[in-house]
Design a protein around this ligand. Structure first.
Ligand SMILES: Cc1ncc(COP(=O)(O)O)c(C=O)c1O
Length: 394
């Protein structure tokens, strides 16, 4: 099979060739344990140090503020449990309705354990209100956990303003920045967050590696307890090869961040303009201004996103839909539901997410092939038949 046109980079990314080359020796010759006393182990320790520096440099953090974990989910869990365990008398958490399940499902569980959780709503553009955040804060609030950018809509939250507001009340602030890191500049010397979660497989490192930034001075309680790795903040023998990979991926992301915000953004806009002009009654989901440069979530009225994906797949195009298959039925995504995307549109939502490997040729191919697919599906749809029959082109 020829390589696909991969426009699902918010789900996962390809490992960059440079990243693979950087990690390879640590899967073959350099297999020592970083904690060992012999020179062989020391070499590994040096590689971990470099990776930590590379990761810190991308974020404007200090190397000792980086804790390597196994994934974004573990980083989120570590941050949330750390804040709760450090303040056992505080039982209130503030988050949003559109968080990734890594945060949402943990907050749901905490609710069942007698924590009180405020889930902030979003408006129809997927934006959160700072006034609603301010009004939600209480004396017993242990933590605010607000994602940096949404994985489905791409909408970027006002993290600097939110964190400043929350910190002024002396409340710890965590941000799930899994979708933001490497796509938009983040400078933690200026951003007053206490914790920030990220994941390697969203920025061209392999799956199974993540990191948590924990600001120096923030009370920290480890999630995994055991050995003294990561200065006692995350037990378990280090996943050396993947940590080296994440370091290299961070270095590459720093080098490519301007491209992400110029060339990749222009390609995303080209796809959006192409589809919006060729397909009647298409709507972009989410704030078009404050949005990740690589993400387009677009709704085609009166058809099923799944059907679009199947037809795109036949052409070798990979994207995601706005529905999740749960127990045999298609449930609209909690994000689109929270945004109040109308029933007629929510099922026909498709997310395209680009990367630095996306080419203009690929974008033009999708922009050409998708409109006739939508027209064909509308012609078959009981709702779309009459309305869109004139738009059928094939
Ligand atoms: C916003 C967000 N948070 C957390 C995660 C979980 O990351 P991981 O797959 O590394 O556990 C994802 C993955 O899709 C995500 O998009």
């Amino acid at each position: 099979m020829s390589s696909p046109i991969y426009l699902d980079n918010n789900a996962t990314t390809q490992v960059a060739p440079e990243v693979f080359e950087a990690m390879r020796p640590y899967l073959t010759d350099l297999y020592g344990n970083a904690s060992s006393m012999y020179r062989f182990g020391g070499q590994i320790g040096a590689a971990l140090k470099t990776a930590r520096e590379q990761m810190a440099a991308l974020l404007g953090a200090k190397p000792e503020e980086i804790v390597f974990t196994s994934c974004g989910t573990e980083s989120d869990s570590t941050a949330i449990w750390s804040a709760l365990r450090a303040q056992p008398d505080k039982r209130h958490i503030v988050t949003t309705r559109v968080e990734h399940p890594a945060v949402l499902n943990l907050c749901n569980y905490l609710q069942s354990q007698n924590y009180n959780v405020t889930f902030l709503p979003v408006d129809e553009q997927g934006r959160v209100s700072l006034a609603a955040l301010a009004a939600a804060l209480r004396d017993d609030t242990a933590l605010v956990s607000m994602m940096y950018a949404n994985n489905e809509s791409g909408v970027i939250f006002p993290i600097a303003e939110a964190a400043a507001l929350v910190k002024a009340r002396g409340i710890p602030f965590h941000t799930d920045a899994v979708q933001a890191v490497g796509k938009i500049p983040i400078n933690l010397t200026e951003l007053p967050v206490d914790y920030l979660a990220l994941s390697g497989h969203k920025l061209h490192a392999p799956k199974g590696i993540g990191a948590l930034y924990a600001r120096r001075g923030t009370k920290f309680r480890p999630f995994l307890m055991g050995g003294h790795q990561e200065r006692g903040r995350r037990a378990g023998t280090e996943n050396v090869a993947s940590i080296v990979a994440l370091g290299k991926a961070a270095e590459l992301a720093a080098a490519h961040i301007n491209e992400e915000n110029s060339r990749v953004r222009a390609l995303r806009d080209r796809l959006e303009t192409g589809l919006m002009s060729a397909v009647p009654e298409a709507v972009v989901n989410g704030d078009r201004e404050k949005r990740l440069p690589n993400t387009l979530n677009i709704a085609f009225k009166h058809i099923e996103g799944e059907a679009i994906l199947l037809m795109l797949d036949r052409l070798g195009i990979c994207a995601s839909s706005g529905s999740a298959c749960t127990s045999g039925s298609l449930e609209p995504s909690h994000v689109l539901r929270a945004m109040g995307v109308p029933f007629t549109h929510v099922h026909g939502s498709v997310r395209f997410s680009l990367s630095r490997y996306t080419t203009q040729e690929e974008i033009d191919y999708v922009a050409r092939e998708l409109p006739p697919i939508v027209a064909r599906l509308r012609a078959l749809s009981p709702f779309g038949k009459e309305r869109f029959s004139s738009a059928v082109t094939t």
